[in-house]
Design a protein around this ligand. Structure first.
Ligand code: ADP
Length: 485
């Protein structure tokens, strides 16, 4: 049931919002969830930094609507607010401009990130009264905006305008915790009591992520399984005790992400070579042949395995490295698209050199190539050590590419092991984070690929429900619970 638009107003604050900025799943979620919520009647707005890397054509319709100064202890910096009517139904995207902080080549990785994102977070709260958007909830995401709930609770609630505003904090990845020395507190406008009192203290430092978990009215994460996992020492990265405390009072929610199924539609997507659907597997195969040509791999019907990922430990690359030779001894191809740690980049460079007819290592970030790989490949691997939700497997299934994943987090919630006897299932799962488990799943996938069951499996994957619809309704229910305290 659509809810009254006037009844629920939310500002989502994120350092990445696709298509303006994206380095991983956070950008996808912040780009597509608000649209799904607007579609069911929530007055949902989004704020992000105005990075100087945002493609200029996306800023054609941006208009400057406000300008003010943000105070972070001794330093005062100006923020200019640009608004975009992104969906043709009123302003919905707000860009916070400050060239000193965001006129740089990358989103992250600077010595003053603690200050850049504290500024951004504070500016988004400050913006609300300037543009007169009296949000019921400010929805902060990941460590970069983790100070938001603290600012709102301890600084802004003193003002009538902000008095009833609630905060929500979503953890997209608990591993990234925004840990800084205690001495930075004063420079982001907070006193040492946040360390000595323990609220932000984290093993001798302070953590922005902890601030979000401690002070938000509720905490969410991006799948049900991950919501449970992070309350255990193995997945909790030191925050599990605090998360258990918040869970005990019913303030931790797990809502599994969806994807934008309109822009990610194999029948209409202009970024792929040949459009297709569940009933035209031969057209999907054309994508493979065209990609083989583009990447300089020999043409052939062998299964094409792929990965599109940040090259970091989380993604299971250590167990993959152990079985690379075994995998490549089979009649397969492997296409990698990713950037990240040099040890992993070097590993893929090495195997591409050793097996030039089997491996294509594309060590870059390229959204168009990503789409072609989702469409062209047969098996998409995510042998993750942990995976809060994972979106790659959802994009892959939407394009008839079968996920081969470790049973953890959102992967466990969205992929089910294919059973050839019943014809049920949409992928391949292995349990323990060990190389033999991964190799077992690869053999299963390869065997099934060469069996008559493959088309059923592809159909199952393509016919799955990956939209935001269910999750959007769950968010609305949760927002309402938070508002009603
Ligand atoms: P994470 O958020 O941990 O990076 P997800 O699977 O949730 O992992 O989301 C990753 C997103 O980033 C997907 O949309 C994926 O297609 C995209 N992506 C990752 N690496 C690249 C790359 N090198 N080029 C293009 N897109 C990429």
């Amino acid at each position: 049931m659509p809810i009254d638009k006037k009844s629920l107003k939310v500002l989502l604050v994120s350092t990445e919002v696709n298509p303006y900025s994206k380095s991983g799943g956070l950008g996808d979620v912040a780009g597509s969830l608000p649209k799904a919520l607007r579609d069911i009647g929530v007055d949902m707005r989004v704020a992000l930094p105005k990075y100087h890397t945002i493609p200029v054509n996306l800023l054609d319709d941006a208009k400057k609507i406000s300008e003010f100064t943000v105070h972070l202890s001794w330093r005062s910096q100006d923020a200019a607010i640009y608004a975009i009517d992104a969906h043709g139904d009123g302003d919905s995207v707000y860009l916070i401009e400050n060239d000193f902080y965001f006129g740089r080549d990358s989103y992250y990785g600077y010595g003053d990130d603690f200050e850049r994102f504290a500024f951004f977070t504070k500016a988004t709260i400050e913006m609300l009264s300037r543009i007169n958007f009296e949000a019921d909830i400010v929805h902060f995401n990941d460590w970069h905006t983790g100070l938001g709930p603290t600012y709102l609770r301890d600084i802004y609630k003193g003002f009538t305008y902000y008095k009833d505003m609630k905060s929500l904090f979503t953890i997209h990845n608990l591993h990234y915790q925004g840990v800084f020395g205690r001495d930075i507190l004063w420079s982001v406008g907070l006193n040492d009591g946040y360390y000595t009192g323990g609220d932000l203290e984290f093993y001798g430092n302070i953590s922005y992520l902890k601030a979000g978990i401690m002070h938000a009215d509720a905490v969410t994460t991006v799948s049900e399984t991950y919501a449970h996992e992070i309350q255990t020492p193995s997945y909790g990265y030191g925050m599990d005790g605090l998360l258990r405390q918040r869970a005990a009072t019913g303030q931790i929610y797990g809502i599994t992400n969806g994807i934008d199924i309109e822009t990610n539609n194999p029948e209409t997507d202009k970024r792929i070579f040949v459009n297709f659907n569940a009933d035209s597997p031969e057209n999907k195969r054309m994508n493979k042949y065209r990609l083989q040509e583009e990447l300089g791999l020999p043409a052939g019907k062998m299964p094409m395995f792929s990965m599109i990922t940040r090259l970091v430990e989380q993604k299971g690359l250590d167990i993959l490295s152990i079985i690379m030779d075994e995998l490549l001894s089979m009649d397969v191809q492997l296409v990698i698209l990713g950037t990240g740690e040099s040890r992993y980049e070097n590993m893929f460079k090495h195997y591409a050199w050793r097996y030039p007819n089997k491996v294509s290592a594309n060590l870059k970030f390229n959204a168009d190539l990503a789409q072609k790989i989702y469409a062209a490949s047969d098996i998409f691997m995510m042998p993750s050590v942990y995976e809060p939700c994972g979106l790659g497997q959802l994009f892959a299934m939407r394009y008839g590419t079968i996920p081969l994943v470790r049973k953890t987090g959102g992967l466990a919630d969205t992929v089910s092991h294919f059973n050839p006897e019943t014809g049920q299932g949409n992928g391949f799962l292995f349990e323990d984070c060990v190389a033999s488990g991964l190799m077992w799943a690869i053999r299963q996938a390869n065997e099934t690929y060469h069996s008559p069951h493959w088309d059923t499996l592809v159909k199952n994957a393509m016919n799955g429900e990956y939209s935001w619809q269910k999750a959007a309704n769950e968010y609305v229910n949760m927002y309402k619970k938070v508002i009603n305290g």
